[in-house]
Design a protein. Structure first.
Length: 154
């Protein structure tokens, strides 16, 4: 797995001034625009422009990797994998995520995440993830998978 960024790109923590760009990226990917706290975000900036973002949210006894977005014209260059691996390294507690669609399940599986059952979630995440699970029952066209990081896969 490629573990480096393109040479014109840098990884950095978000600043307060980045919140509108973060919101734009998250909304453009049709992700949940709530709970976007710039202090929790890491960004990848290429050629002076923010092209990817992701955050770690803290919960009691767990963390959630969320709001991971790579701008369309920067995809398939390893940027999402690089940012995900960085966020995994930053995590200090058990790490979970929700993803929509089989393509994302495959992406996160390559990085060491495994699907888990609802009953295996820590109580602090059941309420948060419950909203999406309820929505998926109402709209069965949406495939929602809960995943936990279990370790690097070669």
């Amino acid at each position: 797995m490629n573990n480096s960024l393109p040479p014109e790109c840098i990884l950095r923590r978000a600043t307060k001034e980045d919140i509108w760009t973060i919101r734009f990226l998250v909304l453009s990917a049709k992700l949940d625009p709530t709970q976007l706290r710039w202090q929790q975000f890491w960004l990848i900036e290429c050629e002076g422009k923010i092209v990817a973002c992701g955050q770690l949210r803290g919960f009691r006894g767990a963390q959630e990797l969320g709001s991971l977005v790579v701008a369309k014209n920067w995809r398939d260059r390893g940027i999402g994998s690089y940012l995900t691996q960085h966020l995994i390294q930053q995590a200090t507690q058990a790490l979970y995520l929700e993803c929509l669609g089989e393509k994302l399940v495959q992406f996160y599986t390559r990085l060491g995440f495994v699907p888990i059952a609802w009953k295996d979630l820590p109580p602090s995440l059941k309420w948060k993830f419950g909203i999406t699970q309820f929505g998926a029952k109402l709209l069965p066209l949406i495939s929602v998978t809960i995943m936990q990081y279990r370790g690097a896969v070669d």
